[in-house]
Design a binder for this molecule. Structure first.
Ligand code: FAD
Length: 233
């Protein structure tokens, strides 16, 4: 059996296989380590918005009286520890993405092709690929010619010089988490401007938090058009 992906989903599946006494399985992971979104997202303030004891594996409850909402590093460390404690490491192959899957009706066998060129034959496949570990980057007018550093929150560039002004586009939980951190200077910037997508309760919360920490809020929010371009001003 093969489990594809080593985020919360894949690790849960693998641990449950172990608990059921199944030993003949592989976990294939395209990244260099377990963790999924918690490996990929390292932006300032990245943390869980669910209390830590609730955001954990049922078979390995996270209990730390000092931690209310766990940060990204704490969650990643916890996932690594769970991997080790449950004996999943020997089953795990990192830096191995599945690029094709063919099923034979005759043999009733899957053949998985990996980026390492290996062909893996297996009776069953569990896809635990997640959906949020790959950033969605909108086509905004001007991004091709913008001269400063520009990157997605899920691909934070820790080497970028963020002194001066930084604009945060979006109103999801990453924006709500990073704006206070950036405004407090953790991103080394002097000024933060928030560009919310209007009209949602989440947007209003982000605007409130941005104003509280002294960030500017753009009066005319950036809103990509269906084709991906921004409205003309
Ligand atoms: C910044 C952020 C904060 C979040 N905060 C919360 C929160 O507070 N509470 C909450 O409930 N949820 C939160 N989420 C949602 C989060 O996505 C889920 O809670 C959960 O971690 C998803 O786990 P997963 O295993 O389904 O997917 P992922 O974590 O995406 O893991 C999928 C794994 O599959 C691997 N993979 C993908 N394609 C292939 C392939 N072809 N071959 C091999 N490997 C592959 C990826 O590299 C990745 O490691 C947050 C998400 C993000 C991005």
């Amino acid at each position: 059996m093969v489990v594809v992906g080593a985020g919360f989903g894949g690790l849960t599946m693998a641990a449950e296989l172990k608990r059921a006494g199944v030993e003949n399985f592989l976990i294939l992971e395209e990244g260099p380590e377990v963790g999924g979104v918690w490996r990929e997202n390292t932006y300032p303030g990245c943390s869980c918005y669910v209390p830590a004891h609730l955001y954990s594996f049922a078979f390995a409850p996270y209990r730390d009286a000092h931690v209310g909402y766990a940060g990204q590093q704490a969650i990643l460390t916890y996932m690594r520890e769970v991997t080790d404690r449950n004996g999943l490491r020997p089953h795990l192959r990192c830096d191995t993405a599945v690029v094709a899957a063919d099923y034979s009706d005759t043999d009733r066998i899957w053949t998985l092709t990996t980026t390492t060129g290996e062909l893996i034959r297996t009776d069953a496949v569990v896809w635990a690929l997640g959906q949020l570990h790959r950033p969605a980057i909108p086509r905004l007018r001007g991004t091709q010619t913008f001269g400063g550093p520009a990157f997605h929150s899920a691909r934070w560039d820790h080497t970028a010089d963020l002194s001066g002004q930084i604009a945060v586009v979006g109103t999801g939980s990453p924006a709500a988490q990073m704006i206070p951190e950036l405004a407090r200077g953790r991103g080394r910037c002097d000024r933060v401007s928030a560009f919310p997508v209007p009209g949602t309760a989440q947007a209003r919360r982000v605007v409130r938090s941005a104003v509280t920490v002294g960030a500017d809020v753009c009066a005319r929010p950036a809103r990509p058009l269906p084709g991906g371009a921004l409205p003309r001003r």
